[in-house]
Write a protein that binds this ligand. Sequence first.
Ligand code: GTP
Ligand code: MG
Length: 346
Amino acid sequence: TTGANGGTSPHIQQLTEDMIDLTETISIKAEGRLLRENLVTRVQGILNTEWPKEAKIESFGSYASGLGTDDSDLDLVILPALPEQSQELVAPGRYQDLFILKTLFLRYSMKDVEVISGARVPILKFTDHKTGIKVDINYGQYAGLYNTRLIESYVRIDDRMRNFLYVLKAFVKSRGINSPALGSLSSYCYTLMAISYFQTLLVPVLPCLQDPHLIPHNVPNPGPYGRSTLINVAFTDPSRIRPCIPQNSMTLGELLIGFLEYYGSKFDYTKSCVSIRRGGVISRDRGSRLWTRHAFVVEDPFIPDLNVAGARQNMMNIVRHEFQAAVRALRDGRGLNAILTPKQPY
Ligand code: GTP
Ligand code: MG
C-alpha cells in the first residue's frame, strides 16, 4: 500500500477521504439529537408522574456515545434515583415491572409496545408516536451504561476511531451481517472487534484502559434469570494516559483494509478470543470454559463469561467471506461505495 515515494497509493488516499465524507453524511445532526433529547425528557416525565418508584432514565448505546445516525434507535436504561436502592431495583422478579411499564406507555400512545423477555436481558421496545424513533428500555443494566462510556473513551483517544466506526457499521449494515436477531453480530460486537484490532496492531492505535491493578469499582448488574451480580466497571480516564509511543501513522483507508484482512483471514478463530479488557486478544485456554464450542468469542469488557458474539460457524463463514470480498474490492480500487452495495440480511 505504500508507494515508491513513501506515500499512500492514490486509491487508498481516496478511500480515506471517502470514509471522512461518509461519516459527515450519516452522523447524527443537531435536529436528530434534539428529537432524542426531548424524547428522553418525555419518558422521564411519564415515569415521574406515573411510576411509584423513584427512578431515573439514562441513555446509552450509539446515541449516548456520540456515534449515532439520524435513524439510530434510542437505548435507555431505568435506574434507581438513589444508588443505595440499586440492589432492590435489580432484584429477581422486578422484571414484572416491564409489563407494568408496557401498559403505561400504551396509555401514552406509544406504538408497537412489546416486552422482549427471551433475550439475555429482558427489554421493553416501543416506537415513539411523535417522532417514529425506536426505543429499547432495559431495567437496571449498569453494564450498558459503563460499556458505552468505555467505548466513548476509546473514541476520544484517537481521532480515527470515530470515522472508522461509522464506516464499519455502515458496511456491516448494508451487507446484511449486523442482525443479531437473525444470528449475525451486533454493532456492539463489531465495535469491540475494532478496538481489539487497534490494540493489537504492531504499532498500536489504542492502549488498554482496563488496568488489572486499578481499584475495583463494583456495580450491581442483572444477569440471566433475573439474578443480580456485582461487576467491576473500573477503567482509566483517557485524559490521564500518555499517547502510545511510537505513534501509529496508518491512514483510515489502510486501517479499514487492515481490519477486514485481519478478521477475514488472519485471525485464528479456533485458538484466540477477542478481549479488549485484556489488551486485545487472549488464547482460548485463558478464556471461559463455557466458550469451547463457540465459533467466535468476543469477551464482554465488564461481564465475566459473557461472549458478545452469538454467531454460529456458518454465519462466521459468511462474515469472513464478506470481509474478504471487501478487501479485494478496496485493493482493486473499486472504492468505498463498492463495499456498501445493499444486500438482504443473511
Ligand atoms: P446502532 O444501534 O447499530 O447504532 O449501534 P449501537 O452502538 O447502539 O450498538 P447496539 O445497538 O448493538 O448496542 C447498544 C448498547 O447495548 C451497546 O453500546 C451496549 O452497551 C449494549 N449491548 C448491546 N449488545 C450487548 C451485549 O451483547 N452485551 C452487553 N453487555 N451489552 C450489549
Ligand atoms: Mg443502539
